[in-house]
Design a binder for this molecule. Structure first.
Ligand code: PEP
Ligand code: MN
Length: 300
């Protein structure tokens, strides 16, 4: 529910809905966008799943993961070839695979038929990334990189805009409006954890803001995805928070899945195994039924 404030604040006002993000704003209570990407339905009764490693580490790993997650019902493979790594130092293992990684995503797509979502960090790589990506991911760090969002939106490819860990719903919808004003209507928003004083574990950096899901759905018609992997940063919390994400009304789920999680090149504390992913898909399907939705397994 928009509040009736006159001065710009951190929360969404009715004036914001009319003049700051009229394209992202709902026009009526039951206004929810639905669209198809790579054969998957977004924003309706179905909840697509994006699953895969943090980084596209090798061709073998990404093809193996694509095969496994597709068999469990994921409709999209996730994985970064261009990565916003927090520190500049690299090693043989901890190294972006860049052009090679994009090519390997292409192999995984060709061999399995799975959809691809991958991050775009710089405008100069848009042509390359668009060759394989069905969805361009704008990472949380780039949520307010408006020139990047504008250029990515202009390609016409669907975008998923991850929420910055320090930004309000109002700022997030502003980022979506930057994409929509370019005529791009296939925009997905993704909650991935926010900064909070207490995260319950010293390795955790963020707190999953599930309250933003119903809050966003009161003001925007765009599908809202949730990524419990980056939010919790802790493997054993991923399943309960993924189930809670489905219960909260999430329109898509992003999960980090790795054949050998402890040896993931990036963030080894958060990916789940193929077996845990299969088990989680079964459990999410159960929760989805309670909230009148379906997950990938129903369709596969
Ligand atoms: C990712 O999805 O790999 C990622 C880097 O996420 P975020 O932008 O949410 O940190
Ligand atoms: Mn990651």
């Amino acid at each position: 529910m928009a509040i009736e404030n006159k001065a710009p604040g951190k929360d969404v006002s009715s004036e914001d809905l009319e003049s700051k993000f009229p394209l992202a704003a709902k026009k009526s209570a039951d206004h929810f966008s639905t669209f198809e990407i790579a054969g998957a339905q977004f924003g309706g009764g179905h909840i697509p799943v994006f699953a895969g490693p943090n980084m596209v580490e090798s061709e073998e790993l990404i093809v193996e993961t694509a095969t496994a997650v597709k068999a469990s019902g994921a409709q999209f493979l996730r994985g970064g070839a261009f990565k916003p790594l927090s520190f500049p130092y690299r090693s043989a293992k901890y190294n972006e695979t860049r052009e090679d990684g994009i090519r390997w995503l292409g192999t995984a797509k060709k061999e399995t038929g799975i959809g691809i979502i991958t991050e775009i960090m710089e405008e100069r790589y848009l042509d390359l990334v668009c060759e394989v990506a069905d969805i361009l991911q704008i990472g949380s760090r780039n949520m307010q990189n408006y020139p990047l969002i504008t250029a990515a939106a202009k390609t016409g490819k669907p975008l998923m805009i991850k929420r910055h860990f320090g930004c309000s719903l109002r700022d997030w919808l502003g980022a979506a409006e930057y994409a929509m004003v370019e005529g791009n209507e296939k925009i997905i928003l993704c909650e991935r954890g926010v900064t909070a004083p207490h995260t319950h574990k010293d390795s955790s950096r963020f707190l999953l803001d599930l309250q933003v899901v119903p809050a966003a759905k009161e003001v925007t018609h765009l599908p809202i995805a949730v990524d419990p992997s980056h939010a919790t940063f802790w493997r054993s919390w991923v399943k309960p928070m993924a189930l809670a994400s489905v219960a909260s009304g999430a329109d898509a789920i992003m999960l980090e899945v790795h054949p050998d999680p402890e040896n993931s090149a990036v963030d080894p504390l958060q990916p789940i195994t193929f077996e845990a992913f299969e088990d989680l898909m079964v459990s999410m399907e159960g929760i989805a039924q309670v909230v009148d939705r379906t997950m990938g397994r129903t369709l596969s």
